[in-house]
Design a protein around this ligand. Structure first.
Ligand code: DC
Length: 231
């Protein structure tokens, strides 16, 4: 039977493992992976560099006006086999993964003008391609007609341990408490914001991976994707 190309939306809480699964599925299915969190992190780095964000305060109207000067693109890096985030031509993939960016990103992501610009860009990127897109509002707002939607979550402590390991592997000096606090704070801001809050789409498949291995959840998600592609 001919396989149908579908769109896969993956939403969920911070550090629930969305991007690991999205990348693995995209690679296996030969789909284009779009990490929308990287885009919000990119705007945040831009806002920090241009001093619209300082000491946890944001100059919202200044940042809004500056959005016309913001050029974010993904470029494929053959050596990492990943699409990496670029700001005005400079690779910012490493810089956007720091705790400093993580601390400010939810504040920037709740600005309506920022979301409007990024959602339009995300829809354009998904046009005419088979994509796996991950984020917080993909199944609800960006691609509500996606054929397959997942909502991934796990206990906050489990997510914080995973994130801590990842940061430490990248040589970052942070404590478990600091990471847990950031995870909880981002959950709170992401879920409570007025525009496109984090919530599961009615037709999403919910995966709580607190007690699942990567392989178990990967196989589960891949099987579902393959089933949907046969319809
Ligand atoms: O997935 P991530 O942790 O890299 O995302 C970083 C932040 O961006 C997250 O705290 C919330 C925000 N975000 C969002 O508001 N909407 C999306 N579609 C993706 C991310």
């Amino acid at each position: 039977m001919a396989k149908q190309r579908i769109t896969i939306a993956i939403d969920g809480h911070s550090s629930a493992g969305k991007s690991t699964m999205a990348k693995a599925l995209a690679k296996e299915l030969n789909y284009f992976y779009i990490d929308t969190g990287a885009m919000y992190r990119g705007v945040t780095l831009f806002a920090m560099k241009e001093r619209y964000v300082m000491n946890g305060c944001i100059d919202e109207s200044g940042l809004e006006e500056a959005l016309d000067r913001l050029f974010l693109t993904f470029r494929f890096n053959p050596s990492t086999e990943c699409s990496e985030m670029h700001l005005g031509g400079t690779n910012i993939e490493k810089e956007i993964r720091t705790m400093e960016v993580a601390k400010n990103v939810s504040l920037v992501a709740k600005i309506p003008a920022v979301r409007k610009k990024l959602v339009a860009l995300q829809r354009r990127l998904a046009e005419g391609d088979s994509v796996v897109m991950d984020g917080r509002d993909i199944g609800t707002v960006v691609l509500p007609n996606a054929e397959l939607k997942f909502f991934m979550t796990a206990d906050p402590e489990v997510r914080a341990w995973r994130r801590l390991r990842e940061l430490q592997e990248n040589g970052k000096e942070v404590t478990f408490d600091e990471v847990l606090e950031n995870v909880l704070e981002r959950d709170r801001i992401d879920s409570e914001r007025a525009v496109a809050p984090l919530k599961q789409a009615d037709d999403a498949v919910v995966i709580d991976n607190s007690n699942l291995t990567m392989e178990e959840q990967y196989q589960f998600m891949l099987n579902l994707a393959k089933k949907r592609m046969e319809h």
